[in-house]
Design a protein around this ligand. Sequence first.
Ligand code: MG
Ligand code: MG
Length: 292
Amino acid sequence: MNHAVARASDRARKRFGTERIRMSRVSEHVHKGIILKSDREVGLMRKAGRLVCEILTELEGVAKPGVSTGELNEIAEKRIADAGAIALFKGVVNPQASRPFPAALCTSVNDVVVHGIPDDVALKEGDIVSVDCGVRLNGYCGDSARTIAIGAVSLEVQNLLEVTRRALGVAIDEARVGRMWSEVAKEVQACVESEGLAVVRDFVGHGIGQEMHEEPKVPNYYDRKQARSGDFRLEANMTLAIEPMVNLGSHQVRYRNPDRWAVVTQDGQYAAHFEHTVVVTEAGAEVLTAIA
Ligand code: MG
Ligand code: MG
């Protein structure tokens, strides 16, 4: 699940709420509102991340024509409960939405970019489904997403998935201690746009730790206004959920329903989403939502 780029009033409310949590818990590790983790905390995040990776890998094997996103969600809910973890997305209150998020997974099919709610509609050959899973295990969070092709998909859609996966890889390769995030975001955007695809602007990645959404916001595009207000320097033991969302057509998105959860492309073309939770180290970024 990702950060909506909030309106000013929401932003002020959110910032106030999260600052208070930070001050009381780990003030010694907070730098410009960003909580740097201890090695012990990173170790706990690695365990949460590993669980998320195992679940997504299992779901990738199960997601076939005839299977519904609701069935995928049931599998995830059971795996999370069996591991003694908490499903991060279930019950999330988005001030703009009419009800809390009802499931452990976001399952976003075809033109749904993010925050799709699992249902009993069977997936069919040629569909794509972005499966986003977040857990809290022993107090620390992992958050990761993959877009899965259901059976055979068109070459155009295969390319969409490959480029989005590659864009996440670029971000991970380019994230190094000392760099400004905006430099990394420019590379991600260039990777996507060089293929004639579009990076979503209205939703971005996020810091992550004890909370699913921490500072900073982690966009996948560059603009001067955004860089002036929200840019940050990458530091050792900073933990980020990096999550490019890429559209086949225009970058513009809208809510599908009045409940304001599922976000769809405005032009109805397909979208893909890949996400990893990473820790920035002196040696580069380490993926925490991995098996190894
Ligand atoms: Mg996510
Ligand atoms: Mg996320």
